[in-house]
Unconditional design. Structure first.
Length: 162
């Protein structure tokens, strides 16, 4: 049962799903007239960096026979020789980092994705930590670039809510 729950949660980190979420976030921001409406689309940059690093870093994936993943939704499956970093975690960390949601909720979403990837034996702990850093790095760079090098109004509001 826990395998299915973790696998269903893992679908939220898939590139196709995160791309759809990012597009929805960008449209919502654009409709509000936000100057950083394009920032959610940086999820593509996160995915491209993930792919580049996976082709360069020789981190073997956990043995297939140990995997607990269940195929709950038939989506495109692309496998790489390397497992570092976890793209699921990188994309969720990025989206949680730029979303206008409470910090505790963002942290919970990222933590659950990290635990699910390791629990399902789809990644090593180092892979999910690398994904976390990648996602957060791009999440911090996006608003910085959109504001011309200063903290955006949204970042200031978010830090006040904490």
């Amino acid at each position: 049962m826990l395998d299915v729950v973790a696998s269903v949660f893992g679908v939220l980190g898939r590139a196709e799903v995160c791309g759809g979420i990012a597009l929805g976030m960008a449209v919502a921001r654009w409709r509000r007239g936000s100057v950083d409406a394009w920032v959610p689309l940086l999820v593509v940059v996160v995915t491209l960096i993930e792919i580049a690093v996976k082709t360069v870093v020789p981190q073997a994936q956990p043995p297939e026979e140990l995997s607990r993943s269940e195929e709950v939704v038939p989506l495109l499956r692309v496998t790489f020789a390397g497992a570092f970093p976890s793209g699921h975690v990188a994309r969720i960390a990025f989206l949680a980092g730029i979303a206008r949601i409470p910090t505790w909720l963002a942290a919970l979403a990222v933590a659950l994705m990290m635990v699910s990837r390791v629990y399902l034996v789809d990644h090593w702990i180092s892979d999910v930590v690398g994904g976390l850093f990648l996602g957060l790095l791009v999440a911090q760079a996006g608003p910085f670039m959109s504001s011309g090098g200063s903290r955006s109004q949204d970042q200031l509001e978010r830090s006040r809510r904490q």
